[in-house]
Design a protein around this ligand. Sequence first.
Ligand code: ADP
Ligand code: MG
Length: 139
Amino acid sequence: MITNRTFTMLKPDSVEKGNVGPIIEKITAAGFKIIAMKMVRLSRADAKDFYAIHKDRPFFNDLVEFMVRGPIVVAILEKENAVEDFRALIGATNPAEAAEGTIRKLFATSISENAVHGSDSNENALIEGSYHFSGREVF
Ligand code: ADP
Ligand code: MG
């Protein structure tokens, strides 16, 4: 099992606000190596599929509309203990509760428009990364 990779999305708010560069700087400064990266725009079907686990939550429709609002940057990151360390780097889902210095504390607007996604398990990191990247796009 791969344990040293995670998957991230820089969400539409990050792209809109010009925060892609500063966020990537934080990610690489924290020791993550970028092994795949591109800008894409999710379809509604993509967004619903990605967040299917939340389909019965009251915020689901708003979440889908937010995620399709504009392009996102998707990437696969490599580092020892990548999943856990990246969740620590991004901080709590709600930026109001995120620790000082975390990406969400620095760049997120609200609990919904929270700048970045980070996989929550090795298994999901592999599923999410494989959804966006073919073998020849991963270095
Ligand atoms: P995380 O992205 O930290 O893993 P979740 O998996 O719980 O958080 O939620 C997925 C995404 O759904 C969040 O990143 C956020 O964009 C949105 N979200 C989560 N909870 C709420 C909420 N209570 N209200 C609005 N949007 C939410
Ligand atoms: Mg999650």
